[in-house]
Design a protein around this ligand. Sequence first.
Ligand SMILES: NC(=O)c1ccc[n+]([C@@H]2O[C@H](COP(=O)([O-])OP(=O)(O)OC[C@H]3O[C@@H](n4cnc5c(N)ncnc54)[C@H](OP(=O)(O)O)[C@@H]3O)[C@@H](O)[C@H]2O)c1
Length: 360
Amino acid sequence: MKKYNVGIIGATGMVGQRFATLLENHPWFNVKVLAASGRSAGKTYEECVGSRWAMKTPIPEALKNMVIMNAEEDIEKIASSVDFVFCAVNMKKDEIKALEEAYAKHECPVISNNSAHRHTPDVPMVIPELNADHINVIEAQRKRLGTKRGFIAVKSNCSLQSYVPALYPLDAEFGVEDVLVCTYQAISGAGKTFETFPEIVDNIIPFIGGEEEKSEQEPLKIWGKVENGVIVNADKPHFTAQCLRVPVSDGHTAAVFVRFKNKPSKEAILAKWAEFKGTAQELELPSAPKQFLHYFTEDNMPQAKLHRDLDGGMAISCGRLREDTQYDYKFVCLSHNTLRGAAGGGVLLAELLAAKGYFD
Ligand SMILES: NC(=O)c1ccc[n+]([C@@H]2O[C@H](COP(=O)([O-])OP(=O)(O)OC[C@H]3O[C@@H](n4cnc5c(N)ncnc54)[C@H](OP(=O)(O)O)[C@@H]3O)[C@@H](O)[C@H]2O)c1
C-alpha cells in the first residue's frame, strides 16, 4: 500500500489530539499538515496544545514543532499538499458544512468526525464493519460537487457505536423491530476531562444536547440503502433513546432492550456475535479489531474502565444478555467513544477508502 499524506483539521482539539496519536506510526498515513482556528495558526503544535494535551501518551515527536495552519484561510495550500484530511472542529453546523465542502471542492477528500453532513443524502456515514457498501454513493456526490477526487465521508455519532454494532448482525435473520436504549456517556465525549468538568464528579447529568435525536435517527441511515445516487434511510428498527452524562473519563456504555420479528434463542444471538466479521476484517484494515464483538459471561462486565481499550479501543464489548419481561432481550454494550466512536472510527473509515482506491 502506498503512503498517503494527510492533514488534521481541528488538530488542537480533543478528537484532533486523538488523530495525532493514532496516526503517529500509521502504516499507510503520514501527517503532513496540522490546522486549527486563527487563534492557533502560526504557533507550533507544542505551543498550542502543551497545557491542554489530554492524551495518555506524549505529543508525537514529529508533530511538536509543526506550525499550525489556518483551517479556514489556508484551504488551497492545505488541499494541495495532502492526499486527504481528517476533520474534527468545533464550529457552527453551517460553517462546518461550508468548510468541508470547500476542501472537497478543492479536490481534497474529507473524512469527518463532525455531525454537519451526517444527513446529507449523498454523504456516506459509515461503520466499516456494517455498511461499507455505502461508499459507492461517493461517485454521485462527486458529480454533484463537480469534483474528480474531492468528496466528504463521515462517521456516525459516538453513542450509537456501542449498540448498533451488536444489533446490526442480528437483523437479517431475526428482524430487529423495536429498540429502547439508555446510554451512559463519558465526559471526553463533551471534550472534557475531570479537571475541566468538576461538576460531573459524584454526579449524573440527564441531558446531552441533541444526543437522543442522533441516537434514534442515525442508525436508520446506517441501515439504509444506496439508491439513485443517495442513501435512502431505512424505516426500521424503531429506536427510542435516553442519553446521560456520567462520571467516566472514556467509554460509552449502553443498556439495550430489543424486540425481534422472529425471536431467536440466546445461543443464536451469541453465535451471531461471535462469528460476525465485516469488510474491515475481511480487508484486514490496519485499525480493524480482529474480533469486532466480544461477549463477557461475567455478570459484572463489561466495565468502561476495564474493557474500553479492548483491541486498541476499536472492539465492542457486550454482556448481560438475558430475556426481558416486556421486550424479547436486554443486554449491555460498551465502546470507546474517542477511539471507535471518534478518531479511531475516522481512521478505520479512511483505511477502507484507501483500500478501495478513493484517494488515488
Ligand atoms: N469528543 C468526542 O468524543 C467526539 C466524538 C465524536 C465526534 N466529535 C465531534 O468532533 C468535533 C470536534 O470535537 P472535539 O471534542 O475535538 O472539540 P474541541 O476539543 O473543542 O476542539 C475543537 C477544534 O476545532 C477547532 N476550531 C474551532 N473553531 C475553529 C475555526 N473557526 N476554524 C478552524 N478550526 C476551529 C479548534 O481549534 P483552536 O484550538 O484553534 O480553537 C480545535 O482544534 C465536533 O464536531 C464534535 O461534535 C467529538
